[in-house]
Design a protein around this ligand. Structure first.
Ligand code: PMP
Length: 423
Protein backbone atom coordinates (compact mmCIF):
# COMPACT_ATOMS: atom_id res chain seq x y z
CA UNK A 1 0.00 0.00 0.00
CA UNK A 2 1.57 3.35 -0.98
CA UNK A 3 2.08 5.93 1.72
CA UNK A 4 -1.21 7.81 1.93
CA UNK A 5 -2.36 10.00 4.79
CA UNK A 6 -4.80 8.29 7.18
CA UNK A 7 -7.45 10.82 6.09
CA UNK A 8 -6.96 9.93 2.43
CA UNK A 9 -7.28 6.22 3.20
CA UNK A 10 -10.44 6.74 5.21
CA UNK A 11 -11.92 8.84 2.39
CA UNK A 12 -11.07 6.10 -0.13
CA UNK A 13 -12.62 3.46 2.11
CA UNK A 14 -15.80 5.50 2.60
CA UNK A 15 -16.26 5.93 -1.15
CA UNK A 16 -15.45 2.28 -1.85
CA UNK A 17 -17.85 1.08 0.83
CA UNK A 18 -20.66 3.26 -0.49
CA UNK A 19 -20.07 2.04 -4.05
CA UNK A 20 -19.99 -1.58 -2.84
CA UNK A 21 -23.31 -1.16 -1.05
CA UNK A 22 -24.87 0.43 -4.13
CA UNK A 23 -23.62 -2.36 -6.42
CA UNK A 24 -24.64 -5.09 -3.97
CA UNK A 25 -28.18 -3.70 -4.05
CA UNK A 26 -28.20 -3.78 -7.87
CA UNK A 27 -28.46 -7.59 -7.82
CA UNK A 28 -25.90 -8.34 -10.54
CA UNK A 29 -25.51 -11.86 -11.90
CA UNK A 30 -22.26 -12.02 -13.83
CA UNK A 31 -19.89 -14.86 -14.62
CA UNK A 32 -16.21 -14.28 -15.39
CA UNK A 33 -15.04 -17.78 -14.51
CA UNK A 34 -14.21 -19.75 -17.65
CA UNK A 35 -12.66 -18.94 -21.00
CA UNK A 36 -15.63 -19.88 -23.09
CA UNK A 37 -16.44 -18.36 -26.48
CA UNK A 38 -19.62 -16.28 -26.45
CA UNK A 39 -22.71 -17.24 -28.46
CA UNK A 40 -21.83 -14.43 -30.92
CA UNK A 41 -18.43 -16.05 -31.49
CA UNK A 42 -20.01 -19.44 -32.06
CA UNK A 43 -22.39 -17.80 -34.54
CA UNK A 44 -19.36 -16.87 -36.66
CA UNK A 45 -19.14 -20.57 -37.55
CA UNK A 46 -22.86 -20.84 -38.29
CA UNK A 47 -22.15 -21.48 -41.98
CA UNK A 48 -20.14 -24.54 -41.06
CA UNK A 49 -23.17 -26.42 -39.77
CA UNK A 50 -24.57 -26.85 -43.26
CA UNK A 51 -21.28 -28.30 -44.54
CA UNK A 52 -20.04 -30.48 -46.07
CA UNK A 53 -23.55 -30.57 -47.56
CA UNK A 54 -25.61 -33.20 -49.21
CA UNK A 55 -23.44 -35.78 -51.04
CA UNK A 56 -20.27 -33.67 -50.62
CA UNK A 57 -18.48 -36.49 -48.87
CA UNK A 58 -15.55 -37.37 -51.10
CA UNK A 59 -12.10 -36.30 -49.96
CA UNK A 60 -9.35 -34.99 -52.21
CA UNK A 61 -7.84 -38.47 -52.36
CA UNK A 62 -11.18 -39.92 -53.43
CA UNK A 63 -12.14 -41.48 -50.10
CA UNK A 64 -15.64 -41.52 -48.65
CA UNK A 65 -15.45 -39.36 -45.54
CA UNK A 66 -18.49 -41.12 -44.09
CA UNK A 67 -16.66 -44.39 -43.66
CA UNK A 68 -14.10 -45.80 -41.24
CA UNK A 69 -10.40 -45.09 -41.60
CA UNK A 70 -8.11 -42.15 -42.13
CA UNK A 71 -6.52 -42.39 -38.68
CA UNK A 72 -4.07 -39.51 -39.21
CA UNK A 73 -6.70 -37.19 -40.68
CA UNK A 74 -7.53 -36.04 -44.19
CA UNK A 75 -4.61 -34.65 -46.20
CA UNK A 76 -6.55 -31.44 -46.90
CA UNK A 77 -7.16 -30.92 -43.16
CA UNK A 78 -3.53 -31.68 -42.30
CA UNK A 79 -2.35 -29.23 -44.98
CA UNK A 80 -4.63 -26.43 -43.73
CA UNK A 81 -3.91 -26.82 -40.02
CA UNK A 82 -0.26 -27.71 -40.58
CA UNK A 83 0.08 -24.27 -42.18
CA UNK A 84 -1.69 -22.72 -39.19
CA UNK A 85 0.60 -24.43 -36.69
CA UNK A 86 3.82 -24.19 -38.69
CA UNK A 87 4.09 -28.00 -38.82
CA UNK A 88 4.57 -30.21 -41.93
CA UNK A 89 1.31 -32.04 -42.76
CA UNK A 90 2.95 -35.46 -42.42
CA UNK A 91 3.85 -34.66 -38.81
CA UNK A 92 0.30 -33.66 -37.87
CA UNK A 93 -2.58 -35.84 -36.66
CA UNK A 94 -6.18 -34.57 -36.79
CA UNK A 95 -8.29 -36.01 -33.98
CA UNK A 96 -11.71 -35.47 -32.47
CA UNK A 97 -12.90 -32.30 -30.82
CA UNK A 98 -10.77 -31.86 -27.68
CA UNK A 99 -7.04 -31.24 -27.38
CA UNK A 100 -7.36 -31.84 -23.64
CA UNK A 101 -8.45 -35.39 -24.48
CA UNK A 102 -5.36 -35.77 -26.71
CA UNK A 103 -3.15 -34.57 -23.85
CA UNK A 104 -4.92 -37.01 -21.53
CA UNK A 105 -4.24 -39.89 -23.91
CA UNK A 106 -0.57 -38.95 -24.19
CA UNK A 107 -0.19 -38.86 -20.41
CA UNK A 108 -1.91 -42.24 -20.03
CA UNK A 109 0.10 -43.86 -22.83
CA UNK A 110 3.33 -42.36 -21.48
CA UNK A 111 2.51 -43.72 -18.04
CA UNK A 112 1.55 -47.19 -19.18
CA UNK A 113 3.91 -47.73 -22.09
CA UNK A 114 6.51 -45.00 -22.12
CA UNK A 115 7.24 -42.52 -24.89
CA UNK A 116 9.85 -43.10 -27.63
CA UNK A 117 13.23 -43.21 -25.94
CA UNK A 118 11.78 -44.21 -22.55
CA UNK A 119 9.80 -46.84 -20.70
CA UNK A 120 6.64 -46.97 -18.58
CA UNK A 121 6.38 -44.40 -15.77
CA UNK A 122 4.30 -46.73 -13.59
CA UNK A 123 5.79 -47.13 -10.13
CA UNK A 124 8.28 -44.33 -10.71
CA UNK A 125 8.46 -40.90 -9.17
CA UNK A 126 7.27 -38.69 -12.05
CA UNK A 127 7.10 -34.90 -11.95
CA UNK A 128 6.06 -32.20 -14.41
CA UNK A 129 7.19 -28.58 -14.41
CA UNK A 130 4.27 -26.18 -14.30
CA UNK A 131 4.83 -22.55 -15.23
CA UNK A 132 2.76 -20.43 -12.83
CA UNK A 133 0.28 -18.85 -13.27
CA UNK A 134 -0.87 -21.65 -15.53
CA UNK A 135 -3.87 -23.64 -16.76
CA UNK A 136 -5.75 -25.48 -14.02
CA UNK A 137 -6.84 -28.36 -16.28
CA UNK A 138 -3.21 -29.17 -17.14
CA UNK A 139 -2.47 -29.40 -13.45
CA UNK A 140 -5.59 -31.48 -12.69
CA UNK A 141 -4.71 -33.92 -15.47
CA UNK A 142 -1.30 -34.66 -13.95
CA UNK A 143 -2.65 -34.70 -10.42
CA UNK A 144 -5.28 -37.26 -11.42
CA UNK A 145 -2.53 -39.69 -12.39
CA UNK A 146 -0.27 -39.06 -9.41
CA UNK A 147 2.25 -36.96 -11.32
CA UNK A 148 3.96 -34.45 -9.03
CA UNK A 149 3.56 -30.80 -9.96
CA UNK A 150 6.54 -28.49 -9.59
CA UNK A 151 5.79 -24.78 -9.99
CA UNK A 152 8.11 -22.61 -12.06
CA UNK A 153 7.88 -18.82 -12.13
CA UNK A 154 6.98 -16.98 -15.33
CA UNK A 155 8.36 -13.68 -16.52
CA UNK A 156 7.47 -11.73 -19.62
CA UNK A 157 9.55 -14.04 -21.84
CA UNK A 158 7.93 -17.25 -20.58
CA UNK A 159 9.07 -19.64 -17.85
CA UNK A 160 12.14 -18.47 -15.93
CA UNK A 161 14.77 -20.54 -17.67
CA UNK A 162 17.38 -20.55 -14.90
CA UNK A 163 14.84 -22.33 -12.72
CA UNK A 164 13.76 -24.70 -15.48
CA UNK A 165 17.35 -25.65 -16.34
CA UNK A 166 18.09 -26.33 -12.68
CA UNK A 167 14.95 -28.45 -12.18
CA UNK A 168 15.35 -30.65 -15.27
CA UNK A 169 18.61 -31.94 -13.79
CA UNK A 170 16.31 -34.14 -11.66
CA UNK A 171 15.57 -37.41 -13.55
CA UNK A 172 12.06 -37.52 -12.01
CA UNK A 173 11.12 -34.50 -14.16
CA UNK A 174 9.69 -36.13 -17.29
CA UNK A 175 7.66 -33.30 -18.70
CA UNK A 176 6.74 -29.66 -18.68
CA UNK A 177 3.55 -27.83 -19.55
CA UNK A 178 4.02 -24.97 -22.01
CA UNK A 179 1.44 -22.65 -23.56
CA UNK A 180 3.91 -20.86 -25.80
CA UNK A 181 1.66 -18.27 -27.40
CA UNK A 182 -0.65 -15.99 -25.41
CA UNK A 183 -0.28 -18.21 -22.37
CA UNK A 184 -3.26 -19.13 -20.24
CA UNK A 185 -3.67 -16.99 -18.19
CA UNK A 186 -0.91 -14.36 -18.46
CA UNK A 187 -1.05 -13.81 -22.22
CA UNK A 188 2.74 -14.07 -22.33
CA UNK A 189 4.28 -15.32 -25.58
CA UNK A 190 7.56 -17.15 -25.09
CA UNK A 191 10.54 -15.31 -26.54
CA UNK A 192 12.73 -16.92 -29.20
CA UNK A 193 15.55 -17.17 -26.66
CA UNK A 194 13.29 -19.03 -24.19
CA UNK A 195 12.11 -21.44 -26.88
CA UNK A 196 15.70 -22.14 -27.92
CA UNK A 197 16.72 -22.84 -24.34
CA UNK A 198 13.73 -25.17 -23.84
CA UNK A 199 14.70 -26.99 -27.03
CA UNK A 200 18.37 -27.29 -26.14
CA UNK A 201 18.52 -27.65 -22.34
CA UNK A 202 20.12 -30.75 -20.88
CA UNK A 203 17.55 -32.92 -19.12
CA UNK A 204 18.40 -35.79 -16.80
CA UNK A 205 15.37 -37.79 -18.03
CA UNK A 206 16.16 -39.12 -21.53
CA UNK A 207 12.42 -39.26 -22.33
CA UNK A 208 11.64 -35.71 -21.16
CA UNK A 209 8.80 -34.08 -23.14
CA UNK A 210 7.61 -30.53 -23.57
CA UNK A 211 3.80 -30.71 -23.54
CA UNK A 212 3.56 -27.84 -26.00
CA UNK A 213 -0.07 -26.69 -25.89
CA UNK A 214 -0.49 -24.18 -28.67
CA UNK A 215 -4.12 -23.47 -27.79
CA UNK A 216 -3.97 -19.78 -28.73
CA UNK A 217 -1.57 -19.66 -31.70
CA UNK A 218 -3.84 -17.55 -33.95
CA UNK A 219 -5.94 -15.87 -31.26
CA UNK A 220 -4.67 -12.32 -31.63
CA UNK A 221 -6.30 -9.33 -29.96
CA UNK A 222 -4.40 -6.74 -31.99
CA UNK A 223 -3.48 -6.38 -35.65
CA UNK A 224 -0.09 -7.93 -34.89
CA UNK A 225 0.13 -11.45 -36.15
CA UNK A 226 3.36 -13.09 -35.02
CA UNK A 227 4.41 -15.94 -37.34
CA UNK A 228 3.97 -19.44 -35.90
CA UNK A 229 7.02 -20.58 -33.98
CA UNK A 230 8.94 -23.65 -35.05
CA UNK A 231 9.52 -25.77 -31.96
CA UNK A 232 10.03 -28.91 -34.07
CA UNK A 233 12.79 -27.15 -36.02
CA UNK A 234 14.40 -25.82 -32.84
CA UNK A 235 14.38 -29.17 -31.04
CA UNK A 236 15.74 -30.95 -34.13
CA UNK A 237 18.48 -28.35 -34.53
CA UNK A 238 19.45 -28.78 -30.87
CA UNK A 239 19.77 -32.55 -31.26
CA UNK A 240 16.57 -33.28 -29.29
CA UNK A 241 14.19 -34.06 -32.17
CA UNK A 242 11.65 -35.98 -30.04
CA UNK A 243 11.38 -33.46 -27.23
CA UNK A 244 8.06 -31.76 -28.11
CA UNK A 245 4.52 -33.13 -28.11
CA UNK A 246 2.46 -30.40 -29.78
CA UNK A 247 -1.25 -29.95 -29.07
CA UNK A 248 -3.84 -27.53 -30.43
CA UNK A 249 -7.49 -27.37 -31.44
CA UNK A 250 -10.10 -25.30 -33.19
CA UNK A 251 -12.20 -25.04 -30.02
CA UNK A 252 -11.75 -21.26 -30.01
CA UNK A 253 -11.62 -20.91 -33.78
CA UNK A 254 -14.79 -22.68 -34.90
CA UNK A 255 -16.90 -24.45 -32.25
CA UNK A 256 -15.72 -25.16 -28.70
CA UNK A 257 -17.68 -28.40 -28.46
CA UNK A 258 -17.44 -29.55 -32.07
CA UNK A 259 -14.04 -28.53 -33.40
CA UNK A 260 -10.93 -30.50 -34.34
CA UNK A 261 -7.97 -31.28 -32.09
CA UNK A 262 -4.39 -31.81 -33.22
CA UNK A 263 -1.31 -33.70 -32.20
CA UNK A 264 2.05 -33.01 -33.85
CA UNK A 265 5.61 -34.05 -33.23
CA UNK A 266 8.68 -35.70 -34.70
CA UNK A 267 8.34 -38.69 -37.01
CA UNK A 268 8.99 -41.05 -34.08
CA UNK A 269 6.44 -39.31 -31.85
CA UNK A 270 3.76 -39.32 -34.56
CA UNK A 271 4.37 -43.02 -35.27
CA UNK A 272 4.09 -43.73 -31.53
CA UNK A 273 0.91 -41.67 -31.25
CA UNK A 274 -0.72 -43.40 -34.24
CA UNK A 275 0.24 -46.82 -32.93
CA UNK A 276 -1.65 -46.14 -29.69
CA UNK A 277 -4.50 -44.25 -31.36
CA UNK A 278 -5.01 -47.10 -33.83
CA UNK A 279 -6.04 -49.37 -30.99
CA UNK A 280 -8.41 -46.78 -29.61
CA UNK A 281 -10.38 -45.94 -32.77
CA UNK A 282 -10.87 -47.09 -36.35
CA UNK A 283 -10.74 -43.48 -37.44
CA UNK A 284 -11.84 -39.96 -36.57
CA UNK A 285 -14.89 -37.98 -37.70
CA UNK A 286 -13.76 -37.04 -41.19
CA UNK A 287 -17.01 -35.25 -42.06
CA UNK A 288 -16.07 -32.69 -39.43
CA UNK A 289 -12.66 -32.39 -41.05
CA UNK A 290 -14.28 -31.79 -44.45
CA UNK A 291 -16.67 -29.31 -42.83
CA UNK A 292 -13.71 -27.37 -41.43
CA UNK A 293 -11.67 -27.38 -44.63
CA UNK A 294 -14.66 -26.35 -46.76
CA UNK A 295 -15.50 -23.54 -44.34
CA UNK A 296 -12.07 -22.08 -43.54
CA UNK A 297 -10.50 -22.97 -46.91
CA UNK A 298 -6.93 -21.72 -46.36
CA UNK A 299 -4.67 -19.88 -43.97
CA UNK A 300 -6.09 -16.54 -45.11
CA UNK A 301 -9.56 -17.89 -44.33
CA UNK A 302 -8.43 -18.77 -40.81
CA UNK A 303 -6.96 -15.31 -40.30
CA UNK A 304 -10.13 -13.64 -41.62
CA UNK A 305 -12.21 -15.75 -39.26
CA UNK A 306 -9.95 -14.91 -36.32
CA UNK A 307 -10.20 -11.21 -37.16
CA UNK A 308 -13.97 -11.54 -36.75
CA UNK A 309 -13.37 -13.07 -33.30
CA UNK A 310 -11.00 -10.21 -32.51
CA UNK A 311 -13.67 -7.63 -33.37
CA UNK A 312 -15.95 -9.27 -30.79
CA UNK A 313 -13.29 -9.86 -28.14
CA UNK A 314 -11.04 -6.80 -28.18
CA UNK A 315 -13.78 -4.45 -26.85
CA UNK A 316 -14.32 -6.83 -23.91
CA UNK A 317 -10.65 -6.85 -23.01
CA UNK A 318 -10.58 -3.06 -23.40
CA UNK A 319 -13.57 -2.76 -21.05
CA UNK A 320 -11.76 -4.76 -18.35
CA UNK A 321 -8.56 -2.78 -18.73
CA UNK A 322 -10.45 0.52 -18.64
CA UNK A 323 -12.25 -0.48 -15.43
CA UNK A 324 -9.00 -1.59 -13.77
CA UNK A 325 -7.18 1.55 -14.95
CA UNK A 326 -9.97 3.82 -13.78
CA UNK A 327 -10.25 2.50 -10.25
CA UNK A 328 -6.80 1.14 -9.55
CA UNK A 329 -4.45 3.00 -11.91
CA UNK A 330 -1.63 4.73 -10.03
CA UNK A 331 -2.65 3.37 -6.62
CA UNK A 332 0.09 0.73 -6.56
CA UNK A 333 -2.36 -1.87 -5.23
CA UNK A 334 -2.44 -4.25 -8.17
CA UNK A 335 -0.79 -5.08 -11.48
CA UNK A 336 -2.53 -6.57 -14.47
CA UNK A 337 -1.59 -7.92 -17.86
CA UNK A 338 -2.44 -6.24 -21.17
CA UNK A 339 -2.61 -9.32 -23.36
CA UNK A 340 -2.19 -9.10 -27.12
CA UNK A 341 -3.99 -12.38 -27.58
CA UNK A 342 -5.57 -15.35 -25.86
CA UNK A 343 -8.53 -15.48 -23.52
CA UNK A 344 -7.51 -14.05 -20.15
CA UNK A 345 -6.32 -11.10 -18.11
CA UNK A 346 -4.28 -11.90 -15.01
CA UNK A 347 -4.39 -9.56 -12.02
CA UNK A 348 -1.82 -9.65 -9.27
CA UNK A 349 -3.01 -7.92 -6.13
CA UNK A 350 -1.91 -7.32 -2.56
CA UNK A 351 -0.57 -10.60 -1.13
CA UNK A 352 -3.08 -12.52 0.93
CA UNK A 353 -6.10 -10.79 -0.66
CA UNK A 354 -7.13 -12.81 -3.72
CA UNK A 355 -9.50 -15.14 -1.83
CA UNK A 356 -11.07 -12.14 -0.15
CA UNK A 357 -11.58 -10.47 -3.54
CA UNK A 358 -13.41 -13.56 -4.82
CA UNK A 359 -15.60 -13.49 -1.71
CA UNK A 360 -16.33 -9.77 -2.03
CA UNK A 361 -17.15 -10.23 -5.72
CA UNK A 362 -19.52 -13.07 -4.87
CA UNK A 363 -21.30 -10.61 -2.58
CA UNK A 364 -21.91 -8.47 -5.66
CA UNK A 365 -23.18 -11.39 -7.73
CA UNK A 366 -19.96 -11.71 -9.74
CA UNK A 367 -18.55 -15.24 -10.11
CA UNK A 368 -14.76 -15.46 -10.44
CA UNK A 369 -12.41 -18.42 -10.95
CA UNK A 370 -11.40 -19.53 -7.44
CA UNK A 371 -8.25 -17.90 -6.11
CA UNK A 372 -5.39 -20.38 -6.45
CA UNK A 373 -6.80 -22.04 -9.59
CA UNK A 374 -3.80 -20.91 -11.63
CA UNK A 375 -1.35 -22.70 -9.31
CA UNK A 376 -0.56 -26.41 -8.95
CA UNK A 377 -2.92 -28.16 -6.50
CA UNK A 378 -5.10 -25.01 -6.55
CA UNK A 379 -2.85 -23.40 -3.95
CA UNK A 380 -1.30 -20.01 -4.52
CA UNK A 381 1.09 -19.53 -1.59
CA UNK A 382 0.93 -15.75 -2.10
CA UNK A 383 -2.89 -15.68 -2.47
CA UNK A 384 -2.43 -12.79 -4.86
CA UNK A 385 -3.34 -13.94 -8.40
CA UNK A 386 -6.72 -13.93 -10.13
CA UNK A 387 -7.59 -14.90 -13.67
CA UNK A 388 -10.31 -12.88 -15.40
CA UNK A 389 -12.12 -14.46 -18.33
CA UNK A 390 -13.98 -11.75 -20.25
CA UNK A 391 -14.92 -13.64 -23.42
CA UNK A 392 -18.37 -15.04 -22.64
CA UNK A 393 -20.49 -12.18 -21.22
CA UNK A 394 -21.57 -9.22 -23.35
CA UNK A 395 -19.42 -6.06 -23.41
CA UNK A 396 -21.82 -4.30 -21.02
CA UNK A 397 -21.77 -7.24 -18.62
CA UNK A 398 -18.00 -7.44 -18.82
CA UNK A 399 -17.70 -3.73 -18.05
CA UNK A 400 -20.05 -4.01 -15.06
CA UNK A 401 -18.23 -7.08 -13.78
CA UNK A 402 -14.80 -5.50 -14.20
CA UNK A 403 -15.86 -2.36 -12.36
CA UNK A 404 -17.13 -4.55 -9.53
CA UNK A 405 -13.93 -6.62 -9.48
CA UNK A 406 -11.71 -3.53 -9.47
CA UNK A 407 -13.75 -2.22 -6.56
CA UNK A 408 -13.33 -5.51 -4.67
CA UNK A 409 -9.56 -5.45 -5.26
CA UNK A 410 -9.49 -1.90 -3.90
CA UNK A 411 -11.60 -2.79 -0.88
CA UNK A 412 -9.56 -5.92 -0.08
CA UNK A 413 -6.37 -3.86 -0.20
CA UNK A 414 -7.89 -1.28 2.12
CA UNK A 415 -8.97 -4.06 4.46
CA UNK A 416 -5.45 -5.48 4.40
CA UNK A 417 -4.26 -2.02 5.43
CA UNK A 418 -6.81 -1.98 8.23
CA UNK A 419 -9.32 0.44 6.66
CA UNK A 420 -11.91 -1.84 5.10
CA UNK A 421 -15.62 -2.57 5.29
CA UNK A 422 -15.67 -2.77 9.05
CA UNK A 423 -14.22 0.70 9.57
N1 PMP B 1 -5.33 -25.72 -23.48
C1 PMP B 1 -5.47 -24.48 -23.01
C2 PMP B 1 -4.25 -23.70 -22.67
C3 PMP B 1 -6.73 -23.93 -22.83
O1 PMP B 1 -6.85 -22.70 -22.34
C4 PMP B 1 -7.87 -24.70 -23.17
C5 PMP B 1 -9.27 -24.19 -23.01
N2 PMP B 1 -9.52 -23.33 -22.00
C6 PMP B 1 -7.68 -25.99 -23.63
C7 PMP B 1 -6.40 -26.47 -23.80
C8 PMP B 1 -8.84 -26.88 -23.95
O2 PMP B 1 -8.80 -27.18 -25.28
P1 PMP B 1 -9.82 -28.18 -25.99
O3 PMP B 1 -11.12 -27.50 -26.10
O4 PMP B 1 -9.17 -28.39 -27.32
O5 PMP B 1 -9.89 -29.44 -25.19
Amino acid sequence: MPALSPEALVAQAAEARATYARLAAAGLKLDMTRGKPSPAQLDLAEGMLALPGNRDVVTETGEDARNYGGLQGLPEARRLFGAMLGVPPDLLVVNENSSLAVMHDCIVWALLKGVPGGSSWVGKDVAFLCPVPGYDRHFALCEGFGIRLIPVAMDDEGPVMEEVERLVADPAVRGMWCVPTYSNPTGVTYSDATMRRLAAMKTAAPDFRLFWDNAYGVHHLTENRPAPHDILGLTAEAGNPDRAFIFASTSKITLAGAGLAFFAGSKANVAWYLEQAGRRTIGPDKLNQLRHTRFLRDLDGIHRHMAAHRRLLAPKFDAVLEALDTRLGGLGLARWTRPEGGYFITVEMVQGSAKRVVELARGLGIALTPAGATSPYGKDPTDSVLRLAPTYPTVDEVRAAAEGIALCIHLAALEAAGVGLAA
